[in-house]
Design a protein around this ligand. Sequence first.
Ligand code: SF4
Ligand code: SF4
Length: 481
Amino acid sequence: MRLWPSKYNVLFHLQPQFGQPIHVLQNLFHGQVDFYSPPIPPLFDCLVNSTEIDVVDDDRAGILDHLIEKGFLYRAADEEDQLIQKYVAAGGQRDLIIARHRGSQYGFLPTYMCNLRCPYCFQRKLADDNHVMTEEMVDLAFEAIDELESRVPNLKDELGEKAPIPGIAIAGGEPLLRSARQRRVLERIIQCSEERRFKYSVTTNGLELENYVDLFDRTSMITDIQVTLDGPEKIHNQRRPSANGGGTFHAIERGINAALKKRLPLSLRVNLDFGNIDYLKDLAAFILESRWTAAENFHCYVSPVTDNSGIGGYGQIADESLLLKKILALHVSDPYVAEVFDIKHFRGFDYVRNLVEERKPKMPVLYRCEAVLGMHIFDAQGNIYVCLEAAGTPQLAVGSYVPALRLDEDRLKEWFTKDLVNLPECSACRVRFICAGGCAYKAFSKPETADCKPILEEMRMAWDHFRDKIADDLGRQIRPT
Ligand code: SF4
Ligand code: SF4
């Protein structure tokens, strides 16, 4: 009998602290996972490394039926490709997916100016750009949003209360500058957002947060204030100095205290690289001492510093798997670090963690990020972008909203096709339904190379990290071969 292994099978081998080794057979398209105890028959090697197999005896009929049922093996050469084509075709109904599952996403960049000078900032060349959004521009942006919302498929009858609410993300530059004009603009964005019953979030460096919390306090529609602290005081101040070179740590600390006192939802982000990872332990101790983790709306995570625009000039960015290796070692050796910091934005690790914790696979990812999902970001120069990091580069804009909404459909199509289906390197990639084609902006800024992350290596590390939990929690699911 001839059978065809899935092109997305991978095999990992784990050795828990106690007990037998575990072999993990995983499919990176539909996400099914099986755990096996040794010995692993030669067939398993073929599942990962062969394009087709001949099965001569039927001793293994039981396991073959199981592997076929779970989609690790197919009975026809083109069965998997047909399944994938159907999935991609259904996922291609982008507007319907957004209307049904997540609601439209809009962004506001009231200015590119910033009161900090972080050496790794992807917008650092724009920090002195003096365009500032006006209240009239805010009104024009919301007119554009109303127009865009009128095009969204209406699923209210079908979904009722469950219909997702559109979201507004306010960022910059720095959206909370010490300026009466900037404050009025922010008030207007929030007012227009609330009139439409939209949710909104703010990404700020936190320097002026203390002076702005009253503004966010007036509403129940705020979902998140994201603030960044990059380490204990000395390290943070080196990495995130003010525009005049001064320290910013204590002003940010006051801002966080003020926001938490008002029970505002706050996520604290640590931009992580080899310049600050050795100080995570000290930052964890500071955060615990400050009792921020006791606040119900507080959440803290580390996220790797990236350079999607290819701006360069910052030497601390390294292979993300090396960074992940170090964080996971810290999570094991230091209970404070594990207690305080969630690990975000390592796609291979997140994928396995989700499997271990939720015990069900994530859906195959077709859309990597907001940029390919069609977010509309309004900037202070009157342009519309789909990617926050591309904002401020007019040749990457997808349209404008001053004096009225104008979208460049050809440019939008260019963004939307920087994906796992259309990028040539990605179409045959084993991890493409996890990676989803890498960063679309990089496909513009560095078109010569695919944006491949070490996803398989991260997954291997994640399985290893969770090996004892798997042995304890999932023991009953381990199959003899
Ligand atoms: S294209 Fe997507 S992943 Fe890349 S910088 Fe923009 S939002 Fe981020
Ligand atoms: S960017 Fe690289 S890892 Fe991601 S889907 Fe494309 S080829 Fe695969």
